[in-house]
Design a protein around this ligand. Structure first.
Ligand code: EPU
Length: 776
């Protein structure tokens, strides 16, 4: 048979003419589907199997649908091979398949009949009384709703819809018992004109798919043809001007909508959190009230179309209303992914400005405090054509993160990216829009901005829902962590660790937890152990280099409460793990205690200083420690005296698997003047020998033979750099962040110094700074 020559893929001109309807619905053949994993193609495969054909299919990806179909008899191939055409009596291909596909090429060579998906579907439908649901927005929901209402009305319809609908069981089904066939018509590639249904339901018509259509007139031409080819009634949305203009003049047309002159009119619409209630009038006569358990005004509209159609087919209103009450959503249509007292996460397929506005309006109507959205534009061509419409589609979102374009088999268009839409939003005056070119970071941007009472939406027709699913899974844990730390403590998702390290680099912490009490800290340790979650304790991050991929699991930052306490008792000072070392030095000064002045020069907190036995001015932490308290890996508290502890230069192994709570330092009574003199000495040394720029202190441990700083200096590496990471000109053992440096740059520079020390001086430089986290 011949393909419609003006359409996208190359025609199979040598193929014989074929009565496709007879071939597909009254005979049984071997049929191969190219691109069988697509949502439309898998539905077609299901129908063909039910019609008794021997069906094979190929696709470079698998899906849950292909797995299900294999159990029903589909022979699935993960590669497109020419021999698949040879073994088939008919090849059917998806619009996403290019003309050069090996199966299509060999099909042509073999003279095999080749048909596009819509042609095959249209032919199957002609064996029944066809009902095509068409329009730019809402057709999957509406066709599913129609099939459901007709099914409940006892009509045994066959159906074909573009997504998995749990209520219907499958996305397509051939029911030998019934007369009707309900199909979602895809307008994106002009194939609507293949259909010759009995009835059509037209939802809305506007500019879309401008990669295929020149303009609105071209779109209307295709819809016009569908309308002309419908032998029975055309049901149409009278509130949509383009649809009304096209359909109203037709003789056998039935209108629906909110406007008073609609044949089927909806009034007194009351929108609820996740549904609506409304009254339906037919030609001025009240039919009754309907309840819909899918949200949004746009779905009331869709339901009115279904009421009109089902009523005209003779189903009593009470039956229709009862079916509507039971109707559930298609996947990815305002699909709730997570719900708790504090948060609501919803995924929606919206990818056109009109759909986005409708979904955001629905989200806003739930009455949550804020609406945050992650949006993945779908197709470069749509992004380009509708850029300014996108710019004003997000007014109802408080915060919106836009990622890059999901290409859907399109090549990139230079200059078109997620930034295009953000630029338009900013121009339009939106204050909460940002661009995140790294797809895998979108959930972090939204998750880190989350606050109690927020609704989060993922929007788009690509794979943005995956980012929402990650957020949903992490939120389950975050809420448990919050329950542990209570109102006092703080839990944040994806906290950027660059905010918490003195070097100002580092990716996000999956869970950032700030406990305030020892008891909370210990509960947290137990929780992490039970849930198998890694737990990493972090103080001021002054001696830490966190990789750009961040830290998986819980990063605990004990601060405030028990951890900020500082007590002086005679010549002993006990300080919590969160107390800054310089505060210990000044508390000692206030009590006229000396010997701890060197601590003023260390930017860390007690917990961190203990963990690495930090030091300065020739002194080190454990020279002054008399006792420490810590929690073990089971969350149990312990106290140990100095003589029970094994300590090394810049290393204290006990805290590699345990968690510091507090330390007691011993000082000596001293004259205030003497203390001040030593403090000034330390300050002066710091000011003159160390950089003020952002750093992690000394990067390398001092080797026995030479101070690391002097070695780097002698190697002539001062001021050498990788990106924005640079060896300080003040001190060779400091790497400074000149602004926006990455951990990868820091690590490359460290590596460069180590290689030079090894090659030129035979010295192994060991890092003093602790390097943690995941690579990107
Ligand atoms: N030096 C150079 N060139 C340089 C840097 C240093 O020739 O670019 C020479 C100095 O002139 C000096 C020697 O190297 O003769 C040692 O330098 P410095 O006195 O600055 O001490 P350091 O050993 O480099 C140690 C600690 C610092 C602490 C200072 C001050 C280590 C690895 N570092 O540095 O601690 O602040 O003493 O007491 O032990 C830290 O641990 O993060 C840290 C900054």
């Amino acid at each position: 048979m011949k393909l419609a020559s003006e359409e996208r893929s190359a025609p199979a001109d040598r193929a014989p003419t074929l009565d496709l309807q007879r071939f597909l619905t009254r005979e049984q053949h071997r049929i191969h589907l190219v691109g069988v994993a697509g949502s439309g193609m898998s539905g077609l495969a299901a129908l063909l199997i039910e019609l008794g054909h021997a069906v094979s299919g190929s696709d470079k990806v698998t899906s849950t649908e292909t797995e299900r179909l294999q159990q029903l008899g589909l022979r699935f191939h993960e590669q497109h091979r020419p021999e698949h055409a040879e073994a088939a009596d008919l090849v059917v291909f998806s619009s996403a398949i290019k003309g050069g596909n090996p199966i299509l090429v060999s099909g042509r060579d073999w003279g095999k009949p080749v048909a596009r998906r819509a042609e095959a579907l249209a032919a199957i439908m002609r064996a029944k009384r066809g009902i095509v649901i068409a329009g730019m927005h809402g057709k999957t929901t509406t066709s599913a709703m129609t099939a459901h209402v007709l099914r409940e009305g006892g009509l045994h319809p066959s159906h074909y819809v573009g997504a998995e609908i749990s209520l219907l069981g499958t996305n397509a089904h051939w029911d030998w018992r019934g007369e009707y066939f309900v199909a979602e018509g895809d307008e994106s590639d002009g194939t609507l004109r293949c259909f010759h249904p009995e009835h059509a339901l037209i939802l809305n018509i506007e500019e879309e798919h401008l990669d295929f259509y020149a303009n609105l007139a071209a779109i209307e031409k295709v819809f016009g043809q569908l309308i002309d080819q419908s032998s029975g009634t055309v049901f149409y949305n009278v509130d949509d001007p383009n649809t009304a203009r096209l359909c109203a003049k037709r003789k056998s047309a039935v209108s629906y909508g909110f406007s008073q002159n609609a044949h089927y009119c909806g009034i007194n619409v009351e929108l609820r959190d996740f549904g609506s209630v409304f009254c339906v009038y037919r030609r001025g006569q009240k039919l009754g009230q309907a309840t819909l358990n899918v949200p949004g005004e746009h779905n009331v509209h869709n339901a009115l179309g279904v009421v009109a159609l089902a009523s005209e087919l003779g189903i009593p209103f009470e039956k229709i209303a009862a079916s509507l009450r039971k109707f559930e959503h298609a996947r990815r249509r305002f699909e709730i992914k997570y719900e708790s007292d504090s948060f609501l996460l919803v995924d929606d397929y919206a990818h056109h400005p009109t759909e986005i506005r409708a979904t955001l309006k629905t989200a806003r109507a739930t009455g949550r405090k804020r609406v945050l959205a992650m949006f993945q534009p779908h197709r470069y061509s749509r992004t380009k054509a509708l850029r300014s419409e996108f710019g004003c589609a997000f007014d109802e979102a408080d915060r919106i993160v836009v990622t890059d374009v999901y290409p859907a088999s399109e090549p990139p268009i230079p200059g078109i990216s997620g930034q295009t839409i953000v630029g338009e939003m900013v121009k339009h005056g939106h204050r909460g829009a940002s661009y995140q070119p790294r797809f895998e970071r979108v959930h972090c941007d939204i998750g880190n901005a989350l606050d109690v009472g927020d609704l989060v939406l993922s929007l788009g027709a690509g794979n943005i829902h995956e980012q929402l699913s990650i957020l949903a899974a992490d939120l389950v844990i975050a809420e448990k962590l919050k329950a542990i730390v209570g109102e006092e403590g703080d839990v944040r998702l994806y906290e950027p660790l660059s905010k918490h390290t003195t070097l100002r680099v580092g990716g996000p912490a999956q869970f950032w937890v700030e406990p305030r009490t020892e008891k909370t800290f210990s509960d947290l340790i137990r929780f992490c152990r039970d849930e198998d979650l890694p737990l990493f304790a972090m103080g001021r991050g002054s001696n830490l280099l966190v990789r750009d991929g961040g830290i998986r699991g819980v990063v605990v930052h004990p601060c405030g409460g028990d951890f900020d306490k500082i007590e002086v008792n005679g010549s002993e000072i006990t300080a919590g793990a969160g107390v800054k070392l310089r505060e210990v030095a000044y508390a000692a000064r206030a009590a006229n205690l000396g010997g701890l002045e060197w601590m003023e020069g260390i930017p860390g907190v007690v917990g961190g200083a203990l963990r690495m036995n930090a030091g300065a001015m020739g002194a080190q932490t454990f020279e002054s420690v008399t006792r420490i308290r810590y929690l073990d890996a089971e969350g149990n508290p312990h106290a140990k005296d100095r003589d029970e502890l094994e300590v090394f230069y810049r290393r204290f192994p006990l805290l590699e698997n345990n968690f510091a709570i507090s330390a007691t330092f011993c000082a000596q009574p001293a004259e205030r003047a003497e203390i001040d003199c030593r403090l000034r000495e330390s300050q002066a040394k710091r000011r003159t020998t160390q950089p003020v720029a952002k750093s992690a202190g000394c990067i390398f441990k001092n080797p026995d033979s030479i101070p690391a700083g002097q070695l780097v200096d002698e190697l002539g590496l001062k001021n050498s750099r990788v990106g924005n990471a640079r060896v300080s000109e003040v001190h060779g053992n400091f790497i400074v962040n000149d602004g926006g440096a990455t951990a990868a740059e820091m690590l490359q520079l460290i590596d460069k110094i180590q290689s030079a020390a090894r090659a030129k001086r035979g010295i192994e430089l060991e890092t003093e700074v602790e390097i943690v986290g995941e690579q990107e």
